[in-house]
Design a protein around this ligand. Structure first.
Ligand code: KIV
Ligand code: ZN
Length: 530
């Protein structure tokens, strides 16, 4: 007799759709493609690539991802229950071998009354009409007989259970193969959410014909717990984002969901297809592209997630790691503070280290990173894995990015108590002679930013500025992150150096260069929840 196989949970990643709705996290098409590639390699089952009707850029990004990766992973696009939305989503997706259209309509009393101004009967009728419309549209492709079609009753967690059952039953009858239960405003608690899924299972007569999915927001910090409670009740798809990115407090964090299911397989009795050593690299990639830093003590992918300071812990760990460690750092691809080689180790050993950190670099990029590593060894006593990863990441994506017009030649500041902070900056634009300017400001960085604005002629407003140390030690490298607004659009840049003034200057100039080349998304023509 063969043992029963655990069910596989479908991991539906919505970093590129719900995650991208985080303020300041919009991405251009090249960046979305880079993340989509990493998601495919991570092994997620469905990628929600965007909301095609929202803007021409959203449409193009979904279409590009569908064309490039639609033969490997299911690519999904979002649509409201309106024909123009559904047509646009299908137009973007139809070339993908594996595709899914996701339609949604709010069902809670507050949304019905104040947003949609629709009575219950109208919600039911629109759901049926629009799900059938989507099904028929998808069936126009000769190879599709049972369309991969998801329906979401938005704000389900605040919807009357009996009405929710009616909507879900009608959506399944009309052709939905996945019914997603969103906790749109993060209002649910684990016991409440579990009871809600159990109620649907017990009271929707055709529920067996569809996969039940969870989509939990994190306003009360319960998104992951609620999603897992949904799994306990029988949900078999979880919608989530890398680093828990998403509007307000975000969505359920993919890395936490996946590692909870892996580590507590004994309890949940289910598994996922995710290649977990890719979790840490993709977390860093998303952080680098969106500029959304990951808090140090964040579960699974935080810099401290596997650091043990207390002596009693260290003693226990030396005897047996399992005393204080429930997951192995390698299982999530953790890049920590292992001491790496010195500058005498040579190219070969350095390449091995780079590869073991999960990076494969093209020869020209490898040479540049190696030169920077040697220079770093001269400046810094101890060089760690995290330093190497940061050097590499500062080069990733540069091929898909527009080349920088302005380069930083030099920066000098003068500041201190009872003086006027001053900066002298020298920049070079392509092959023109270098330009130099000096400015005073509230502080040395303000003075640098002002001098750069004057030289480049781009007037950006600083929206966000952060500096963090990449690894440990007093001589640690600093990573600076800058977000500026130019003509109502957000542009971000990162810089890395053992000198935080230089890192900040580089980050600011990167953001200015991006504003000048404007590869940013066009503004959304509508809000998602209209
Ligand atoms: O939070 C939400 O309700 C959504 C839906 C569109 C699924 O994002
Ligand atoms: Zn959402």
């Amino acid at each position: 007799m063969s043992a029963t196989q655990p069910d596989t949970i479908t991991i539906f990643d919505t970093t590129l759709r719900d995650g991208e709705q985080s303020p300041g996290c919009s991405m251009n098409s090249a960046e979305k493609l880079e993340i989509a590639k990493a998601l495919v390699e991570l092994g997620v089952d469905v990628i929600e690539a965007g909301f095609p009707i929202a803007s021409p850029d959203d449409f193009e990004a979904v279409r590009a991802i569908a064309r490039e990766f639609g033969n490997r992973t299911v690519i999904c696009g979002l649509a409201r229950c309106r024909k123009p939305d559904i047509d646009r989503a299908w137009e973007a997706l139809k070339e993908a071998e594996k595709c899914r259209v996701h339609v949604f309509l709010a069902t809670s009393p507050i949304h019905r009354q104040f947003k949609l101004k629709m009575a219950e009967e109208e919600i039911l009728r629109t759901t049926v009409e629009m799900v059938k419309y989507t099904r028929d549209l998808m069936c126009s492709r000769p190879d599709i007989t049972t369309p991969n079609l998801e329906f979401s009753p938005e704000d389900a967690a605040r919807t009357e259970l009996d009405f929710l059952c009616q909507v879900v039953e009608k959506a399944i009858d009309a052709g939905a193969t996945t019914v997603n239960i969103p906790d749109t405003v993060g209002y649910a608690t684990p016991a409440h959410f579990k009871a809600c899924i159990e109620y649907l299972k017990a009271n929707v007569t055709n529920i067996g014909k569809a996969v039940i999915s969870t989509h939990c927001h994190n306003d009360l910090g319960l998104a992951v717990a609620n999603s897992l409670a949904g799994v306990e009740a029988g949900a078999r798809q979880i919608e989530c984002t890398i680093n828990g990115l998403g509007e307000r407090a975000g969505n359920a964090a993919l890395e936490e969901i996946v590692m909870a299911i892996k580590t507590r397989g004994d309890f949940y009795g289910v598994k996922t297809n995710v290649n977990t050593p890719k979790l840490f690299p993709i977390s860093r990639l998303v952080s680098r592209i969106t500029g959304m830093t990951v808090q140090r003590n964040k579960a699974i992918v935080g810099q401290n997630a596997f650091a043990h300071e207390a002596g009693i812990h260290q003693h226990g760990m030396l005897q047996n790691r399992a005393t204080y460690e429930i997951m192995k750092p390698d299982d999530v691809g953790y890049v920590g503070t292992n001491l790496v080689l010195g500058k005498h180790s040579g190219r070969h050993a350095f390449r091995d280290r780079v590869n073991s950190l999960g990076f494969v670099l093209e020869p020209d990029v490898f040479e540049r990173v190696f030169d920077e590593f040697i220079a770093l060894c001269d400046k810094k006593k101890d060089v760690y894995d995290a330093d190497i990863a940061a050097l590499i990441e500062s080069h990733l994506g540069e091929k898909s990015d527009v080349p920088d017009r302005w380069k930083l030649i030099s920066v000098q500041t003068f500041a201190g108590a009872a003086t006027i902070p001053t900066a002298t900056v020298e920049l070079q634009c392509e092959s023109e002679p270098p330009c130099r300017d000096a400015a005073t400001g509230d502080g040395p960085l303000d003075a640098i930013f002002l001098a750069m604005k004057r030289i480049t002629g781009v007037a950006g407003t600083l929206r966000n500025f952060q500096v963090r140390s990449v690894s440990g030690g007093e001589d640690a490298q600093g990573e600076a992150f800058v977000e500026i607004f130019v003509n109502d659009k957000s542009y971000h840049g990162k810089g890395i150096s053992t000198d935080i003034i230089q890192a900040s200057a580089e980050a600011y100039l990167k953001a200015l260069n991006r504003a000048m080349s404007d590869k940013q998304p066009t503004k959304r023509v509508l809000a998602q929840h209209d």
